[in-house]
Design a protein around this ligand. Sequence first.
Ligand code: GLA
Length: 749
Amino acid sequence: MKGFNSAALVRLSGLICVLSVCSDVSVAKEASPAASVRYDELSRAFELKAKDVSYVFGINERGDLQALHWGGRFADNDALPIAKAARDHSSFEPSASITPQEYPGWGSTYYGEPSLKVSFPDGNRDLVLHYVSHHIDGTRLLVQLKDISRDVRVELRYEIDAETGILGRSARVENRTGKVLTVQQAAAASWSLPAADDYRLYSLSGRWADEWNLDERRLAPGTTVLESRRGSTGHQNNPWFAVARDASNEESGPVWFGALAWSGSWRISVEQDPTHRLRITGGYNPFDFAYRLASGGILETPMFYGGYTKSGLGEASRLMHRFQLAHILPHAPKPRLRPVLYNSWEATEFKVDEAGQTKLAEMAARIGVERFVMDDGWFGARNNDKAGLGDWTVNPNKFPNGLKPLVDKVKSLGMDFGLWVEPEMVNPDSDLYRKHPDWVLNFPGRPRTEARNQLVLNLARTDVRDHVFRVLDELLTQNDIAFLKWDYNRNWSEPGWSEQLPEDQQKVYVAYVKNLYWILQRVRERHPNVEIESCSGGGGRVDLGILRFTEEVWPSDNTDPYDRLSIQDGFTYAYAPAVMMAWVTDSPNWLNQRGTSLEYRFLSSMQGSLGIGANLTHWTEPDFELASRLIGEYKKIRGAVQQGNLYRLVSPRQGSPHSVTESVSADGAQAVLFAFLHSSSMGSNYPRVQLLGLDAEARYRMRAIAGKAQSDTPDEASGAYWMSRGINLDLRGDFQAAAVVFDRIGARK
Ligand code: GLA
């Protein structure tokens, strides 16, 4: 995990509790912005506080750690509430089950989703965790729990971010029993919300080429499970959630949200108990999970981040975006802006060679592209998806002189060079597989089911991990490569790890992903200027775990610019536009045959991190001119688009023919509006668009970079004017779009 920046903190007093004997009150404070952690001995409660958020839990009379508050910020002089276990509702709803615990073990009369479930060699499976001690260090809080009779320790880790109030939580399970035990289920955290009847859950679901659908459902007693059992994050659900109330909407009302930083099988369960309290538990997916801990053994969970706002889903997204920029992404808190890239995939598919790529590179350079990326097909016997994966040597027929002439050419054109790889996979028709058939996930004697003609290398094996690292290290050492598009084009099947004892094989779910992170980290350390994109047949591996090592992600193989409006809208609920790659490709689109203008395709892609994926050899001179102009404009606005504050003014999901986004730069000096029209009927005007997030008193100059405003629009007006009257856009017809820039005149007052 990347630590939060606690440099500005001033510790006011030291640590306090050893083995439940507490003798002091510890408070850590900073001047501004405020973030603090305190333990109040009178109420035996903890508070983590930052931005508009207080997170409070306490030690109840039984010794359970009990959730007390996650929401609006308390005053500094407020007493903390006292944790009191709920009374038995009946013999069927006993106290242990309806008291909101911070990290419940499965045992006693607890019937809800456990955070931790273990089995002991003597058959005992009862685990009841009680508070032991805690330690406060700046904005970090560690709380030790222990089973009531066996020495199973859990350290709960909390940290709060001063700027966003987002908490990072994780758990560390340690076996001190002197005997082996098996962890059957381990969550990173469990979040509790008080009883209410109007909770709504938002989640993201999809499938290949149709990712990032925002689903909304009203919660009722029972459990909703979001998960991946596939060994990786998955297209089907993303490890993100938001919970709102009936009165909440895009820009107002309470929203609790969170995301797991894990790229393996995961689960988030959202459970409303019989008393209508909510519990959201997330971590390793317990399905097919078993992690044996020898005596002294430790299992650490991934991080589960969670935040709160009273200002709607839009603000929840902006907080997540800011948090990712400041704490998650490579080079945080100052991640680099995304260069405009060209990618060869849709133009050439596997038919790459030196002459063809050189021609595309020359054309890409003409329009202002900054990075040229050669996709699949350059290595091994890779002429289609049936062979070659695993053999990461340059195909001599396609590149008789290696990659150097192409890389040199690309660099001489003023661009840097990027390359597609899929390091975790192997085609059975490859030299690597012929040499090491035992390196793939498999159960001996059982089928090895292929998907896209490929099998998954078992990265959990140290020899495989080291091989994959060595291959990438050599590739990056021998070639002047600035960027890797790291693909992953199938999910797991038959996940055996036969070198391990049968009872340790299921560790593969943890060990594989940890080794993946290990490789990514080593590659970055050895090649600090190389940037990486996470791709998995589109958006199948996007999460806060992989994003610590990757500057950007490929949200979907669906590049239709109209479909992309919804895909991008959904994506931004959880992830920052800074990481959202969007290519301008050919029309009609390969997936759905929809025809759209080049300008419309550009504007759709300019909502994210712009790339070009079209076959430039088919372009006309006016196409090149338009592309050069719009790429030039994009470079002036990308700071606001990629790293600014995003307002989803009209969502394409709402079924209206219009959609509008606005991005305001972090310094407030620029706002960029993108407006799209699917079709106009009955001669209707485009609805007037009122902006958000401007400085009401500042003046802004308006400039349309595509499409136009109606003639009644002033060239210049106050922020108040643009936010209250707004702008009338002159948009009519099918698949029309406009982009308007508002530049602040003068410095912020
Ligand atoms: C996946 C990616 C595509 C492309 C192909 C290459 O499908 O999502 O963008 O790289 O692989 O085989």
